[in-house]
Design a protein around this ligand. Structure first.
Ligand code: PBG
Length: 331
């Protein structure tokens, strides 16, 4: 006779959660340092690192200190870094011409990293905003419009100049139409057939980028980015952007931001066979740091849970300012 207080259950899912060993054995998603790209802010000067006020624990580095940071990250098993430059106001203009200066900050930093730590993969951002006197990702017309085709010409020059410096992967984050195909052609014509393209395909007009714009002083000087970045309400449009980018030659596609767009990551993963990247952006980082500092959440656990959710949703690669912290824990 069955004990009357015992339910007659064939399936008891808790059986598989009984011990740590059992839980580890059936775990479906594993986050590893190999999945990470570490975004880094770089500035002119020597022997300085300045904490970004809205991103505690994240810094803008001068080249000498950046090299140490990159070496440490690579030692921890992080395969790639992504570079974002802080450009002096007097070097900015409407067409972002500093972006393809062979002696520009990004170009010098790429050469230095390749000399020092040649194994690490370098991802360079292709967009005009850090170089634009208007703080936009494209050239602004007199009427205040963002000019698409004129901008794409500059983006191609920027990408080729980064390739000449030795970058491994260019990552267009500007959302101009047709830029992936134009950049692929430009790179190939210049002989850089092995330089890859990580396309920011589904990049939304998001308020989560605020702290990043603080870090680089790159906020738009007027208006917003809604005529080129996507409406947060749209999912099917992301499929269109991904299809175009892959057709035009993207090696990998990205969803950005990540946390409020897990559904988009999953959707894109289900329709494409190229690797999918997710950008755990500055505002997502800032929220976890701020609540952690107040003692309102367990920062490390929330960080791991958040990044695991992105991987579970389908991200093959995650860009995150937490990269070093995570790699240290996972080691
Ligand atoms: C600009 C660019 C942005 C980010 C990466 N590249 C900001 C923007 O589009 O305004 C944001 C990254 C982050 O918030 O962490 N092309």
């Amino acid at each position: 006779m069955m004990n009357p207080s015992q339910l007659n259950l064939v399936q008891r899912p808790r059986r598989l959660r009984r011990t740590d060993a059992l839980r580890r054995m059936i775990q479906e998603t594993q986050l590893t340092a190999n999945d990470l790209i570490y975004p880094l802010f770089v500035m002119e000067g020597e022997n300085q690192k300045v904490e970004v006020s809205s991103m505690p624990g994240s810094y803008r580095f001068t080249l000498d200190l950046l090299l140490k940071e990159v070496a440490e990250a690579y030692e921890l098993g992080i395969p790639a870094i992504a570079l974002f430059p802080m450009v002096a106001e007097e070097k900015k203009d409407n067409a972002g011409t500093e972006s393809y200066n062979p002696e520009g900050l990004v170009q010098r930093v790429v050469r230095a990293i390749k000399q020092d730590i040649p194994e690490v993969m370098i991802v360079t951002d292709v967009a005009l905003d850090p170089f634009s006197s208007k703080g936009h990702d494209g050239i602004v017309s007199d009427a205040g419009e963002i000019l698409n085709d004129e901008t794409v010409e500059v983006l191609v020059q920027q990408a080729v100049s980064q390739a000449e410096a030795g970058t491994d992967i260019v990552a267009p984050s500007d959302m101009m139409d047709g830029r992936i195909g134009a950049i692929r052609d430009g790179l190939d014509e210049a002989g850089f057939t092995q330089v890859g393209i990580l396309a920011y395909s589904a990049k939304y007009a998001s308020a989560y980028y605020g702290p990043f714009r603080d870090a680089l002083e790159s906020a738009p000087k007027f208006g917003d980015k809604k005529t080129y970045q996507m409406d947060p309400a749209n999912a099917r449009e992301a499929l269109k952007e991904v299809a175009l980018d892959v057709e035009e030659g993207a090696d990998m596609v990205m969803v950005k931001p990540a946390l409020a767009y897990l559904d988009i990551i999953q959707l894109i993963k289900s329709v494409t066979d190229v690797p999918v990247a997710a950008y755990n952006v500055s505002g997502e980082y800032a929220m976890i740091k701020a609540a952690g500092q107040k003692g309102w959440i367990d920062e490390k656990k929330v960080m791991l849970e958040t990044l695991t959710s992105m991987k579970r949703a389908g991200a093959d690669v995650i860009l995150t300012y937490f990269a070093k912290e995570v790699a240290l824990i996972l080691r």
